[in-house]
Ligand binder design. Structure first.
Ligand code: SF4
Length: 384
């Protein structure tokens, strides 16, 4: 197989790995070759064409849900670090891609595989002077020194927990050690960030860390997933968790396990952002008996229907943290309200709408200068 054929094969197999808020895969360059890239949003909000790929799709592990598991019959491909870096730099210089997320199947153990990823990153950064975005995967079983080296080279690191605890992980990947192989590298990354100066790190700052969960594959509850996510944010400086709904893959032991609805994945993202960015606590999430969020209503609206129905929020005086609890008002909307009300009172929904707020959604839960605004709705067009 040519280098481009291998890269096409490897990148096409990466759609299961959500990163950087990416969208559907696209072809990087239809004229020259069909290598898959994603439009991805970087932590700074910039959107780039991201190449998501593996160094090798061979793997000696046997995670029950994974298309790359050992012994599964499908076409695999591999790169050596030097040849991969060369192909990537060709694409980068040709403007076909603007950044990279590099992962790998496990071959000869996590330590050896991590060395291959690190060698590729070193070649890109030192030999080719690659300045662009680099997201590196930390392999299960990587050593602390390898995590530290990765932190010197990458913009972002990911350690995929896959499940919220060791018991659930045993139903997805019975040979992975949750505490030692997965949680420990996240802990090391946090320690390194806290204890060491980032002056030798790439661009003089430490990379962020993220993780991914396979939602529904181990019959875990939303409460388990969000409790672990909340702990990781609080105790290990995790930037964000990705929730990837389980989809059965043929010829894997979980091929008959039902797929997880997309709506569940979306509700988990909404709840995790409410806890991370909006000041909500885990206990305030509207879990039903089995510890799952309702699918039919977003968690903020469900909370407001209970908590704000008889206690609407006065938009002209409420502090930021209370504004953020109103459905339809996000961090940018709350800032806009605070700025605007320093100039003048906010008296009707059209003013809120002009500030970028979903006024129709907010209206049952707010007061504008002491008055309930719901009756103003027909007076203006707010389709949000
Ligand atoms: S180690 Fe990674 S690539 Fe290998 S089978 Fe498990 S999830 Fe798949």
């Amino acid at each position: 197989m040519s280098e481009f054929e291998r890269l096409k094969l490897l990148s096409s197999q990466m759609h299961l790995e959500p990163t950087e808020g990416d969208e559907c895969p696209q072809m990087a360059d239809r004229k020259q070759d069909a290598i898959y890239t994603s439009q991805a949003a970087l932590p700074n909000g910039q959107r780039i064409k991201l190449l998501k790929t593996l160094l090798t799709s061979a793997c000696e592990r046997d995670c029950l849900y994974c298309p790359f598991r050992a012994g599964r019959d499908f076409r695999r491909a591999s790169f050596e670090p030097e040849e991969f870096a060369k192909v990537f730099m060709y694409m980068y210089k040709a403007g076909m891609v603007e950044g990279i997320f590099l992962s790998s199947g496990v071959v000869k153990g996590g330590v050896t595989t991590q060395d291959q990823l690190l060698a590729t990153a070193e070649i890109l950064r030192r030999k080719h002077q690659y300045q662009g975005y680099l997201h590196l995967k930390v392999m299960p079983g990587a050593e602390r020194a390898q995590v530290e080296q990765a932190m010197l080279l990458a913009d972002r690191l990911s350690v995929n927990l896959e499940a919220p605890n060791s018991q659930r992980l045993s139903l997805l990947a019975p040979h992975k050690d949750f505490a030692h192989e997965l949680l420990e590298p996240l802990r090391w990354a946090d320690q390194i960030r806290r204890e060491q100066s980032p002056h030798k790190a790439w661009k003089g700052r430490w990379p962020s860390t993220v993780t991914q969960f396979v939602v529904g594959g181990a019959d875990e509850s939303d409460l388990e997933l969000l409790a672990t996510t909340e702990q990781l944010h609080r105790q290990m400086g995790l930037t964000r968790a990705y929730f990837s709904r389980f989809n059965p893959i043929v010829n894997t032991p979980l091929e008959d396990h039902p797929p997880t609805p997309l709506e569940r994945q979306n509700r988990l993202y909404q709840a995790s952002f409410l806890i991370r960015d909006y000041g909500f606590t885990l206990e305030e999430m509207p879990f039903a008996n089995e510890g799952n969020l309702p699918l039919e209503v977003d968690p903020k609206l469900a909370w407001a229907q209970q908590a704000l129905q008889g206690a609407p929020v006065e938009i002209n005086t409420a502090p930021r943290e209370l504004l953020l609890r109103v459905p339809g008002i996000g961090p940018k909307g709350a800032e806009a309200i605070l700025r605007s009300r320093r100039q003048h009172k906010l008296l009707d929904l059209s003013q809120l709408s002009r500030l970028g707020i979903a006024a129709r959604k907010a209206s049952p839960y707010i007061l504008l200068n002491g008055a309930q605004p719901a009756r103003q709705l027909p007076l203006f067009q707010d389709k949000r």
